[in-house]
Design a protein. Structure first.
Lengths: 204, 630, 96
């Protein structure tokens, strides 16, 4: 039960005096708080990249990017947000079969994106861009790798939920739930939207 | 003192005894006690480091310590005091009292709370293990590149880089926890503007940490990668920019100092009204100025970089912002003075330390304002004048404030009062020792003595004040010994306190000392700011206080004789989160991983082990229910 | 479960449409740097397109448009804070 007092402020009213609270809004509040800090985390790395966008020493710079390829993998990640939200929608209706399908699809798209990243990196290393080549290289690899690590964690969480769903143990009141993982996943997607625009397209 | 009938001896801290009960606790009060005790231990360690430093500097051409040892000691003194003492002490108070002050039974995420503590403890231990594994960090607590990158034969600065990142994770987790708690778990009627100032300051601090730590985290990762994987973030020879480090560090580092001071200001805002028997003067101003300090505090970081060649535009901008931040700070000082003005003052130890806080902090604030003037700062930078400034605000300010909190709230934690006579000796000796130690450093700095140098030659005119400062530091040590003695003696045989020994105003004084595990038998319903005070006292036509009859029933009339009974147990029907070992296990896994990253390439083994332990802890945690079946 | 009933909640059909819009925006975005006529406005245009995509995912897929204001505030303090702080850092480092 929620109440809005005379000052119009939102606050929680305990339903009974057992001291328990509605975990839904609490966990969601926590997730949004955490995502706010992640914005600073990625902001610092993007700023570092922007500082070093032309500090290529004698090594490759942004001309090494394969825009069509990266566009394709960006599209894949973008569509994974669609499958994620469809999975969440299915879960809200407790359609567990659809939930499993869409969550699996999301994990698959995420893994595809990661495979694309790995392929891209091996190509770049071939062509002479390593993290130790120049500050540009350092900044590029750090930003995209840490983003990739976030994607990998997301894929792990998605697969864990699919397994739980098969076991009939996917509950909305636990920490590992569809809504929260969805928020995390979408965030990882919007970070990539920023990276794709700022790191790749703006440097063309 | 508002002790009523003949009180029983205080009950043991509820929740069982034994190491396992402490290892698995998710009770915010126990976690607060863990933080506080650990912080006290680290305080003694950092104090010993300081005494060694002062011994080396007692006279010219000191040979107590080698340069190598000295560099480790001053680095660890700073790191320990900031991250392993002051921040955990604030966390101790916040953990214990934030839920109670808003009428809640615990924080939003009790297991995450425990996790933050264990991660703090294990990370602190890991950093200190460096003394036995090739030497402690020695590049100053601010670790400026390129110096911090240059020595890779030892892993000292890797301990520092990874260790700080681990501590940062603990703090971010705490911040998420406290913010969620304040926004979703306040008791009925507890609007944001009825919360105690201490809760407000803790909320502002949580936001400061949340938004500043990620910046330094990236900086630390970049530094670590430069040291270990050949990246070039700060390598000037490869066109990297060492100034990027300074910016990323200070974007965190400046809000960090407000993290250190704001909870202490919150404590002072709680103590002054109780010991002046007057409400806090200008509550909304104190709240909003605290928020303003937090906000503007994000805009002044480069005042630590005035000598780095940023150019006049940047320097002027940051100078003005720094001057602006003196305004909300001044507002607080005036409000505190307004609180005590015309009050019936009780000069007990908590009050002495609070008044001492105000005086010392004003001095430190004034030297800070001189730093805001760029040409003046250009002379002061890297000199002992800076050392004087920050010790006045952090010791004279923060430490005095937290000690005030300890004397104020010790009765609530333990059910017994700290000894007043010893407390007064503690205060005066600490005040004298502190001023003798750090006052002269203003003079030394303006006479040209540089920081972070292990020795100074004879004949520069620095000998006398250095000797005085060393004597002062040992006097401080005596006062700390008195404090510890007071704690031990009083825990054993101090006067019984009862629930409300100070005639307080806030909700923690409505429950027994020490409180039961569930805090409140019934969730309180709050009608105003300082609600408890208004239930105890009304005012007559001439504004004098009139004591009211105790209200029967409800959370605010706790009959002490009943709190021990089993069949009368108010706790039946209250489900508290169950203890769990997964938070400690997850924290252990993370620290083992971190240790492995420090000790590469041998460390890859530990990275693997740590990752497995961490995954086990995290998955176990996410799959177990919050309240287990009995 | 979580939240009480919210009005105007998106349906799967709306989600598919938003995904389509995002795809189209991406296609436009990718072609902008290659169109010489747009050279003078490439940077603001790309930033704008990126921002629109960002806000659409945040608003609809992350449901922020329909949720409590507190979530929006918490998140955007971080985003706007990051924008301001790091702009100042980059300016101070003469990155432009």
């Amino acid at each position: 039960m929620t109440a809005v007092d005379a000052a119009g402020e939102f606050r929680k009213v305990n339903d009974d005096d057992t001291g328990e609270h509605d975990v839904g809004p609490v966990r969601k509040t926590a997730m949004w708080v955490f995502l706010g800090s992640e914005a600073i985390f990625f902001g610092a790395m993007i700023a570092t990249f922007l500082l070093y966008r032309n500090t290529t020493n004698d090594g490759p710079g942004s001309e090494i990017f394969d825009i069509p390829f990266t566009s394709a993998s960006s599209f894949v990640l973008l569509m994974s947000s669609l499958t994620m939200v469809l999975g969440h929608h299915a879960y809200e209706r407790r359609d567990m079969r659809q939930t499993r399908i869409w969550l699996s699809a999301t994990a698959l798209l995420g893994a595809t994106f990661l495979a694309g990243q790995i392929f891209e990196f091996t190509e770049f290393i071939h062509e002479g861009l390593k993290a130790s080549t120049s500050p540009f290289g350092s900044a590029f690899y750090m930003l995209t790798s840490i983003h990739g690590a976030h994607v990998a964690i997301g894929v792990t969480l998605l697969l864990a939920m699919v397994i739980l769903a098969f076991q009939g143990r996917l509950f909305p009141d636990r920490g590992l739930n569809v809504e929260l993982v969805g928020l995390y996943w979408h965030f990882v997607d919007i970070v990539w939207i920023v990276i794709f625009t700022v790191v790749y397209l703006l440097q063309v | 003192m508002a002790v009523t009938t003949e009180p029983q001896a205080p009950s043991r801290i509820p929740g069982g005894s034994g190491v396992w009960s402490w290892l698995t606790t998710v009770d915010h009060k126990r976690i607060g006690l863990l933080y506080g005790t650990t912080a006290l231990v680290f305080f003694i360690v950092a104090g010993l480091e300081a005494l060694l430093i002062r011994s080396q500097l007692a006279g010219p051409d000191g040979d107590v310590l080698s340069a190598e040892a000295y560099n480790q000691l001053f680095t660890m003194h700073g790191l320990t005091m900031v991250f392993l003492v002051i921040m955990p002490v604030a966390a101790a108070f916040t953990n214990y009292f934030l839920p109670i002050m808003i009428g809640a039974r615990d924080v939003a995420f009790p297991r995450l709370n425990a996790f933050s503590y264990w991660l703090f403890l294990f990370s602190g231990v890991m950093i200190y293990s460096s003394f036995f594994l090739g030497g402690a960090p020695d590049g100053s607590w601010v670790g400026y590149a390129p110096l911090s990158e240059q020595i890779t034969e030892t892993v000292r600065m890797d301990f520092w880089a990874i260790g700080l990142n681990l501590l940062g994770i603990a703090s971010i987790a705490s911040s998420v926890n406290f913010i969620s708690t304040v926004f979703t778990m306040r008791a009925p009627g507890m609007t944001l503007l009825r919360m105690p100032v201490f809760v407000w300051m803790s909320l502002v601090v949580s936001f400061l940490l949340l938004f500043s730590l990620p910046a330094v985290s990236i900086g630390l990762f970049q530094l670590y990668f430069d040291r270990n994987f050949g990246t070039l973030f700060y390598v000037a020879q490869a066109s990297g920019d060492p100034l990027l480090w300074q910016h990323l560090f200070w974007v965190f580092g400046h809000p960090e100092v407000y993290v250190l001071i704001l909870p202490a200001m919150g404590i002072v805002s709680e103590v002054l009204p109780v010991f002046s028997r007057k409400p806090l003067f200008g509550y909304p101003f104190i709240v909003f100025s605290g928020a303003a300090i937090g906000f503007v505090g994000f805009g002044v970081w480069a005042h630590h970089m005035f000598t780095s060649g940023m150019g006049p535009v940047a320097e002027a901008g940051f100078a003005i912002a720094t001057m602006i931040i003196a305004v909300p700070t001044g507002v607080k000082i005036f409000n505190w003075i307004g609180t005590t003005w015309g009050g019936r003052l009780r000069m007990d130890t908590p009050m002495l330390f609070s008044l001492g806080f105000i005086a010392m902090f004003v001095i430190g604030g004034l030297s800070g304002v001189t730093h805001a003037v760029v040409p003046a700062d250009t002379q002061q930078h890297d000199s002992y004048y800076v050392v004087a400034h920050f010790h006045y605000v952090l010791f004279g300010g923060a430490v005095f404030g937290y000690v005030a909190g300890a004397y104020y709230w010790f009765p609530k934690w333990t059910g017994r009062m700290l000894d007043e006579r010893i407390g007064k000796w503690h205060f005066w000796i600490m005040l004298i020792g502190f001023n003798l130690a750090f006052g002269p450093m203003h003079i030394l700095g303006l006479n040209g003595m540089p920081r972070r140098t292990y020795r100074y030659p004879d004949g520069l005119g620095w000998e006398f004040w250095n000797a005085m400062a060393t004597i002062g530091s040992f006097i401080i040590a005596v006062s700390i010994l008195l404090f510890i003695y007071n704690i031990i003696k009083s825990k054993r045989s101090g006067a019984i306190a009862g629930p409300d020994p100070w005639d307080g105003r806030t909700l923690e004084w409505t429950i027994p000392s020490p409180p039961p595990e569930y805090n409140f038998a019934e969730v309180p319903k709050v009608n105003s700011l300082d609600d408890y005070w208004h239930r105890k006292y009304a005012e007559d036509e001439e504004g004098r206080l009139v004591k009211m009859e105790p209200v029967s029933g409800g959370a605010l009339a706790v009959d002490e004789a009943k709190t021990g009974g089993e069949d009368d147990d108010p706790a039946s029907g209250i489900h508290l989160p169950s203890p769990s070992y997964y938070p400690a296990l997850s924290a252990l896994g993370i620290v083992i991983t971190g240790f492995g990253l420090v000790m590469l390439p041998v460390g890859w083994f530990f990275v693997g082990v740590g990752a497995v332990v961490m995954m086990w802890g995290l998955f176990g945690w996410s799959l177990e229910p919050v309240v287990k079946e009995h | 479960m979580a939240e009480a009933a919210h009005t105007g909640s998106p349906t799967p059909k709306l989600y598919w449409m938003i995904a389509l819009v995002l795809a189209v925006l991406t296609a436009i975005e990718v072609s902008v740097p290659y169109i010489d006529a747009l050279d003078s406005v490439t940077v603001p245009l790309l930033l704008l397109l990126g921002a629109i995509k960002f806000l659409m995912v945040v608003g609809f897929f992350m449901h922020l448009k329909f949720d409590r204001p507190i979530y929006r505030n918490l998140f955007f303090i971080g985003v706007i804070g990051a924008l301001i702080i790091f702009s100042v850092v980059l300016l101070a480092l003469q990155a432009f």
